[in-house]
Design a protein around this ligand. Structure first.
Ligand SMILES: NC(=O)c1ccc[n+]([C@@H]2O[C@H](COP(=O)([O-])OP(=O)(O)OC[C@H]3O[C@@H](n4cnc5c(N)ncnc54)[C@H](O)[C@@H]3O)[C@@H](O)[C@H]2O)c1
Length: 439
């Protein structure tokens, strides 16, 4: 593969211009790796791509769409906006140029210097390269909830693989910014809509992810969350039935809405012959999680970056098994494309750690990235974060460690990313978001 200059090198203030050699050697605890230079996987081998055989996408390509940014903020010292990103990499497929009349040059952000809180969104001059697929191989794929954390990574992967992707999202907890790099691409459509309303389109596959996932989001309007789980799933299953599309539900444990969604899914399979898959997802994290959604990794990473206390609910001895988002996406695609439809498949890792141990790991990683010059130093005089214990919350599961033997046997899938490598990318992403003022 041609070497693709990572846009993070063009835009980030700290790491990119200072690309210290940071491939992480598992034997060197504490060292950090360089984005774009390969990631050491769980087996000790350097990974350059993610995905199954024949479906691999270069990691650098994926990083280029979530660690770079379309937003420009003025330099806090000079007030000037950075120059637009350098030209995009050579593509492996035809490049579709946007209309020059819409070029962001017309709205040069430097003309608004006296407008200090302005953010100017830039457009790419080319789209990221996508695989060229023969007509027979190219699928029309609907991703509901595609503007959310997991959905947007799934969309990236499916787009890079060359498929036609339609996203249906009401932007309740998702954001158009997660997909802005695809808007206008001939293989991509973004539909603002709600799954509780029927949708009439023709598709081959449906990944049904639409549902608020963080406790903060789904508790905000419990009735709407239930309607989304029940009526939304029913509508998408109805669409699958009508179009004979394969349907994949992103489920989880312990949740009433998901229980009914799973029951409906298997009901449509038994009664109407809909071809269904159910993935039960466990504690996934990665770039594009909301900074303030109250999940473990975002809570701890954002607090550590801001120099605020990392708050642990309870004594910190509850366990969580964390999975990096690229592993989840590989698992979801493997499940969708597999012939296994008998029952739910757990997608997660068995890297069980106490909440306290994850807090310590994230805090030490933030310190290392600061020391390596990859993220901004704390303001002068501000002390590093500490860990603080606060009263436990109700219904917090004491233990989370999925049995992933079915995924291994039926899909040949297992997680490849060491948690620490995923945490590094996530922290770099959050640092960037905080710099841009998304806090
Ligand atoms: N992230 C995890 O660790 C995890 C764990 C278990 C299950 N899941 C499931 O995976 C899916 C995606 O989770 P996520 O972490 O990306 O959450 P997210 O909140 O980032 O994404 C959900 C997306 O669905 C959209 N949405 C919500 N209600 C909708 C509606 N009525 N109509 C259309 N769009 C709607 C939101 O705007 C958002 O873009 C969810 O179904 C979630 O339950 C995730």
């Amino acid at each position: 593969m041609d070497s693709i200059p990572s846009p993070i090198n063009a835009g980030m203030r700290y790491s990119p211009r200072n690309p210290t050699s940071r491939i992480r050697d598992p034997s060197q605890a504490g060292s950090v790796r360089s984005i774009g230079s390969g990631t050491v996987g769980r087996d000790g081998q350097v990974m350059y791509g993610v995905g199954g055989h024949g479906d691999e996408v270069p990691i650098e390509l994926l990083q280029s769409v979530y660690l770079s940014s379309n937003a420009m903020s003025p330099n806090p010292d000079t007030g000037a906006f950075p120059m637009p990103a350098s030209p995009q990499p050579e593509s492996v497929a035809p490049v579709h140029h946007r209309s020059h009349s819409l070029s962001s040059d017309r709205f040069s952000p430097n003309s608004v210097l006296d407008w200090p809180s302005a953010v100017s969104f830039t457009t790419r001059t080319t789209y990221p390269p996508v695989r060229r697929l023969a007509r027979a191989q190219k699928k029309r794929i609907l991703v509901t909830g595609g503007a959310g954390f997991v959905g947007s990574h799934l969309v990236d992967r499916l787009m890079f693989l060359g498929h036609d992707v339609v996203v249906l999202d009401n932007f309740f907890s998702g954001s158009k910014c997660t997909l802005s790099h695809w808007v206008g691409h001939p293989n991509f459509e973004l539909v603002r809509g709600d799954v509780v309303e029927p949708l009439l389109i023709e598709v081959d596959q449906i990944y049904h992810l639409a549902c608020p996932a963080s406790p903060k989001a789904y508790q905000l309007n419990a009735v709407k969350t239930l309607k989304t789980s029940f009526i939304g799933t029913q509508n998408m299953l109805g669409l699958a039935k009508r179009t004979k599309a394969r349907f994949l539900l992103s489920s989880t444990c312990y949740d009433e809405g998901k229980r009914v969604a799973e029951a409906l899914t298997y009901g449509y399979a038994r009664q109407d012959g809909v071809d269904v898959r159910v993935a039960r997802i466990f504690n996934c994290f990665g770039p594009r999680m909301s900074l303030d959604d109250g999940r473990l990794v975002s809570n701890f990473a954002v607090a550590a970056l801001k120099g605020e206390p990392l708050q642990i609910y309870g004594d910190g001895q509850a366990t969580r098994s964390l999975m990096f988002v690229h592993d989840l996406i590989t698992g979801l695609i493997a499940l969708m494309d597999s012939s296994y439809s008998e029952g739910p498949v757990n997608i997660g890792t068995v890297d069980e750690g106490t909440v306290l141990s994850w807090a310590e790991e994230i805090l030490s990683l933030v310190k290392e990235l600061r020391a390596a010059g990859s993220i901004a130093p704390l303001p002068l005089g501000q002390l590093e974060s500490t860990i603080e214990f606060v009263p436990a919350v109700v219904d917090d599961p004491p233990r989370r460690k999925p049995d992933i033997s079915r995924a291994k046997e039926q899909l040949g899938w297992e997680p490849k990313w060491p948690v620490r490598a995923g945490l590094e990318e996530t922290i770099l992403y959050f640092a960037r978001q905080l710099e841009e003022g998304q806090n």
